[in-house]
Design a protein around this ligand. Structure first.
Ligand SMILES: [Fe+2]
Ligand SMILES: [Fe+2]
Length: 336
């Protein structure tokens, strides 16, 4: 008799004589260890709603996660102040140095990054005041964001099988690649693409404890459906890290176009034609995070029509990857 695990969807064949006579009965999935009820009907596994297996689930879990967001993941203090300052047209450049003076270690990392080749001022930025004058307040705020989120993005995420620093390197790579794509397309979105790229997978940090609770089912789903990595997350939680990243953006008051792009970075065709969502999607595919991809397997799936939407040709991709790789190398070591 054919039995399907409702959690990981793996199917098994059981000799009928070994199945209990009385139905329904409980079975334990050998792959994901979930216990589920089987109604004994041949070729028709009992359709147990996933919400019954994983609790809390879907909207209930999303509510719990969102309520915890502000408490557990406040925007880094310095980033908050720097962004408020950048939003004020009368802001005095000296105020930025004053903010950073409260954290000398962070200030010195900001200076290092400001001097990296990515910002085109190698070795010329001697003080924070120089950085503000040479790069402009917006760019300096971008560097402050980069440096102040590196610890959070660099934590180990066992649920998603990401060693310490791995998500950080991927986030930085997607940020730089997104900025490079924006430049290539001629769209005036370089800074926005960088910021959204940096935070695009931040939802994974927040969902990590919940994935850990459901890890065996998650691993089984990843194993049997390697080409659709988001499916595992959606099956065990009822939603995915892009949704949670969007909730974080709302709590952090990240501008709406960037928040929307993060929400749809895996499905840009649902973004109501947001160029930023398409940029993030392409950058993410060019900077694959999955273990399978880095081991020579498949990169995350790319939606059809992405290159056409961005008016890029396949010949542009190699240039984007090379330009971005050079830039990533120059800032990676200085920030984390
Ligand atoms: Fe993602
Ligand atoms: Fe990603």
């Amino acid at each position: 008799m054919r039995v399907q695990c409702p959690a990981c969807r793996r199917t098994y064949r059981f000799p009928e004589e070994r199945l209990p006579a009385k139905t329904p009965f409980s079975l334990k999935c050998p792959a994901c260890q979930q216990v589920f009820q089987f109604n004994g009907q041949p070729h028709s596994p009992a359709p147990v709603p996933l919400a019954q297996i994983f609790s809390p689930y879907g909207e209930d879990l999303k509510r719990e996660v969102t309520e915890n967001l502000k408490k557990l993941y406040p925007m880094p203090h310095i980033m908050l102040k720097a962004r408020a300052l950048a939003a004020n047209p009368d802001a005095d450049l000296r105020q930025i140095s004053a903010i950073l003076r409260t954290d000398p270690a962070l200030a010195s990392r900001v200076l290092k990054v400001a001097n990296s080749a990515f910002y085109g001022r190698s070795g010329k930025v001697a003080s924070l005041m120089d950085a503000a004058v040479l790069l402009g307040v917006r760019m300096l705020v971008q560097i402050i964001t980069l440096v102040s989120t590196s610890k959070m993005l660099g934590s180990e995420l066992q649920g998603f099988d990401l060693d310490s620093g791995r998500l950080w390197r991927h986030s930085l790579a997607v940020a730089v690649t997104s900025a490079t794509i924006a430049t290539r397309t001629g769209l005036p979105l370089r800074d926005e693409a960088f910021m959204a790229g940096l935070l695009h997978d931040a939802g994974k940090i927040i969902l990590n404890p919940y994935v850990m609770e459901r890890k065996s089912a998650y691993d089984a789903l990843r194993k049997y459906h390697p080409n659709t990595p988001l499916m595992a997350e959606q099956a065990i939680l009822g939603f995915d890290h892009a949704e949670t990243g969007f909730a974080l953006c709302q709590k952090w008051n990240i501008p709406a176009p960037q928040a929307l792009a993060i929400r749809f970075h895996h499905q840009p065709s649902r973004s109501n034609a947001s160029p930023l969502a398409y940029i993030l999607h392409l950058a993410n595919a060019l900077t694959a995070l999955d273990a399978e991809a880095s081991a020579g397997g498949l990169a995350p799936p790319v939606e059809a029509g992405v290159l056409a939407f961005l008016k890029l040709g396949p010949e542009d991709l190699a240039g984007i990857v090379t330009d971005a790789a050079d830039a990533i190398e120059t800032i990676e070591d200085d920030t984390y």
